[in-house]
Design a protein around this ligand. Structure first.
Ligand SMILES: *Cc1c(COP(=O)(O)O)cnc(C)c1O
Length: 257
């Protein structure tokens, strides 16, 4: 176990070093780039090792998996990101388990999350919260609006989550008035390229979409661009990423599902 903890800390140091270099190449500050450790398929012990080494943001892509690990991690003061496709019937759970939903991709989901957050807040303020132990342990104000990012589909060939670029403005306009959601920006996943340089136009496009939607919604700031994974995060940083989602480079390879 000790050697695994050492290895994870060394992986983290290498990733931080790469972030620093990419930031200085693009005249940016490394503190302006949030590292999200994507811990899907990884154990609570591995997550804790990275937490102890200084990581404060973690990403999971399945409700059940987050639930399964929660009991082992509820003492961590971390920010938990939902980064996978979320079914709207899981909204009530999602608002208890996550601080931010980075993969918002429909009006229906936004409305369910808003309602789920409202109900949750009522339980917290009235002290009638059921299943208190199911709630994430973060110290953030539990009744603050739920942070969300809209996921834009950057890869037309992939039919996974995310909305089409042409649906972005209508979705943003539907989300902004919802009182229990706080729209902060966009997330995107470009196609996989062996040469990460080829992902650059996709990252650039996400940034341009953000700039366009900012103008279109009356300069609502939308400061967050969540883009870049283990194999392409340096290019994403050069193109303006404010959050990068790193699994393999921190934890090592995942078992294939
Ligand atoms: C798995 C996953 C990641 C991390 O991928 P790595 O290549 O292991 O860094 C990032 N973002 C999303 C949405 C993921 O599902």
């Amino acid at each position: 176990m000790t050697s695994e903890r050492t290895e994870l800390a060394a992986n983290l140091a290498r990733v931080r070093e790469r972030i620093d270099r990419a930031a200085s190449r693009s005249a940016r500050h490394p503190e302006d780039i949030t590292l999200i450790a994507v811990s899907k398929t990884k154990s609570a012990a591995q997550i804790r090792a990275l937490y102890d080494a200084g990581v404060r943001h973690f990403g999971e892509n399945r409700i059940q998996e987050r639930e399964a690990k929660l009991g082992h991690l509820s003492d961590l003061d971390a920010t938990w990101h939902m980064i996978g496709h979320l079914q709207s019937n899981k909204s009530a759970k999602a608002v208890r388990l996550f601080d931010t939903v980075d993969s918002l991709d429909s009006v229906a989901l936004a409305e369910r999350l808003d309602r789920g957050k409202k109900d949750f807040n009522t339980e917290v303020t009235e002290g009638t919260e059921k299943n208190r132990e199911e709630r994430k342990g973060s110290a953030a104000n539990p009744t603050a609006p739920l942070r969300v990012l809209i996921e834009v589909k950057l890869d037309p060939g992939e039919s996974k989550s995310g909305i089409r670029a042409e649906d972005l403005a209508p979705l943003a306009h539907a989300v902004l008035p919802l009182p229990h959601l706080n729209l902060r920006g966009l997330m995107g996943v470009p196609p996989y390229f062996d040469d990460a340089e080829q992902a650059r136009p996709y990252f650039r496009r996400l940034r341009q979409l953000r700039d366009a939607i900012r103008a279109e919604t009356g300069n609502h700031l939308l400061p967050v661009l969540s883009m870049g994974m283990s194999h392409d995060f340096e290019v994403a940083i050069e193109e303006g990423a404010t959050e990068i989602r790193i699994g393999t480079a921190l934890f090592g390879e995942r078992e294939k599902a």
